[in-house]
Write a protein that binds this ligand. Structure first.
Ligand SMILES: [Zn+2]
Ligand SMILES: [Zn+2]
Length: 226
């Protein structure tokens, strides 16, 4: 994939955080990429002027391995699926947002008796499921690809019924010293990196509760409901 050229220094000083809108500060320059850090929600993000082009992204996603039948991938997804399913009523309805080319998570949730709708801007682009609301919304290994994270989370939030769940899995950023060499950072389609604190911040700002059942998984619950 070709990198976007490093922009002039007008982009250097400050950027609005794509997650929460606060004023973010320069964090790190590495591989001709400029990253910023948000002092408010603790997200790290790539300079928006350096986001990958849509065509490059699509080519990259085709190589992502997430086969429905792959036991390794299922085990990986169970980090989110197990704690989520433990909190869902029988026969709940869900949306997998950013399902990718092989909707393995939806398959697992269907096997457990839940009804699943799918959406992915590249692989399941029919917008019809986006007109509904759900008992739960899952977003696994997708949020780090969001070019407009704040807008995406506002959208995800609106899909969730009172008492329902938004379940996100993304590799949490932890140590700044390791950021430059972090494999997750090096994926050219990953443009925003969240900490556990970022999800706590989001949930709190919405008036929702949040749980982190294990690293890389955040479960956020909308108040209300039966
Ligand atoms: Zn922020
Ligand atoms: Zn990814």
């Amino acid at each position: 994939m070709t990198r976007r050229p490093f922009p002039d220094d007008s982009a250097a000083a400050a950027q609005a955080c794509p997650v929460c809108g606060a004023r973010a500060e320069p964090f790190l320059d590495v591989d001709a990429q400029r990253y910023f850090r948000c002092p408010s929600c603790a997200a790290r993000f790539l300079n928006p002027a350096q986001h990958p082009a849509r065509g490059d992204e699509y080519a990259h996603y085709l190589h992502h391995e997430n086969e429905v039948s792959d036991p390794g991938y299922r085990r990986f997804l169970s980090k989110l699926a197990d704690p989520l399913m433990a909190r869902l009523a029988v026969g709940s309805s869900g949306l997998d947002y950013g399902c990718g080319p092989g909707p393995a998570l939806a398959e697992m949730l269907r096997e457990a008796g839940h009804e699943m709708a799918l959406y992915d801007p590249f692989f399941a682009p029919d917008p019809a499921p986006l007109a509904a609301t759900y008992d739960f919304v899952t977003c696994t290994e997708a949020a780090e690809h969001f070019h407009h994270a704040g807008k995406e989370f506002a959208r995800l939030r609106a899909f969730v019924r009172p008492g329902g769940w938004l379940a996100v899995m993304t590799c949490f950023q932890t140590e700044d010293d390791r950021f430059a060499n972090w494999h997750y950072r090096k994926d050219p389609t990953h443009v925003v990196f969240y900490r556990e604190a970022t999800f706590r911040f989001l949930a709190e700002s919405w008036g929702w509760s949040s749980e982190v059942p294990c690293k890389d998984v955040a479960l956020m619950q909308r108040p209300g409901g039966a």
